[in-house]
Design a binder for this molecule. Sequence first.
Ligand code: DAS
Length: 359
Amino acid sequence: MLFHRSKRAFAALFALLFLLASAAQAQGTKLPNVTILATGGTIAGTGATSTTTVGYTAATVGVQALIQAVPEITKVAKVSGEQVFQIASENMGNEHWLILAKRVNALLAQPDVDGIVITHGTDTLEETAYFLNLVVKSKKPVVVVGSMRPSTALSADGPINLYNAVNLAGSPSAVGKGVLVAMNDQIHAARDVTKSNTTTTDTFRSSELGMIGYIQGGKPFFYREVTRKHTVDTEFDVSKLDALPQVDVAYAYANVGDVAVKALVASGAKGLVHAGVGNGSLPAKTKPALIAAREQGMVIVRSARVGQGIVARNGEANDDQLDFVVSDTLSPQKARILLMLALTKTNSTKEIQRMFYTY
Ligand code: DAS
C-alpha cells in the first residue's frame, strides 16, 4: 500500500518538474513581438535585372513579401507587418510623419508589442528617424532601416539589414536608446546619422560624433550612449496635431542673393533655417532679408551646410542682437524638424534656443 502511494507521489512530482522545466524552457526562448511598418523605398524596390543598382523602381514590394523574403526573422521574433505607405522617401512629408508617429505610439502602447521596425527609403530616412526620436513616447526600441540596393539586385543589402533591424528591435539592450538606424551592420542614433554617399551600402555615417554600436551575427553590441534627450524625455506631443508649422531651409553658396529667402517668407513659412557657409555665416546679400523676416515674426535658425561641428552663437553673426537661434550641431534638414516641433510649443527664441541645446 505504502509502495503504491509513494509511486503515485513520485509520478506526480516528476510531472510537476517536467511542466516547470518546459515552462522555463518556453520562457527562455520566448520570442519578442516585433511589428514591421513598411513605408516603401529601395528596400522595397525592384530593378529590371540583377545588376540594376541604379535606375530601379523604389516602393514596389509589399511588407508581407519583404518578410517572406527573410524567413530567418521568424526564428528571432514573432513578426507582424503593416503597409503604412508605399512611397520613395524623397516624397515623405509632414503628413506622413504624423500618421507614422501616431501609429508607432499606438502600437508601442500595446503590451504585446516589444519593438518596431520601420522600413523606409534612404533619402530622407535620417529625417524620419529624427522626427520620431522627438515624438515617440515609449522606451521600446524603434529601428528605422532601408537599403541601398533594390530587392532584385545581386548582393541586395535589404534582407540582411531587415534581419539585423528585427533583431535590434527585439533586443532588451536597445530599450531606452532612442530611435535607432540599423544599416550595414551598424547602429546609429537618429540625431547624428546622415546619408553621406549617393549609392554605396556604407552611406549612413554619424561621422565625428560616431555610431553607437554594431550588429554582429544578429546580435547588437553598444559602445556609447547619446547625451541629448529623446522619446519619453522630450516635451513634444503630436497626438493631437493634424499639421505641422511650415518651416523651410534656404541654402547659402558663393554669390547667393535673397530671392530664395524672400520667396520662402512670402510662401507663409513660420520658421526658416539658413544653411550657411562655414560656421553658419550670413552672406551680405542675404542678411537683410533674414532680418526683415525676423522682424515679421519668423523664427530664424542659423545652421551650416558643412555637415560637422557646432554653429557658435554670436560667432559669425550677432544672434543676441538679431534675435536669431543657432542649430548647435544639427544639420539644416534636422534643424528644420526641431524648429517645426518647437513652433508647436512656443515662438520664444529663448525657449527655442534651449531646445536646440537639449535635443
Ligand atoms: N529614392 C530612394 C528613397 O526612397 C530610394 C532609396 O534609397 O530608398 O529614399
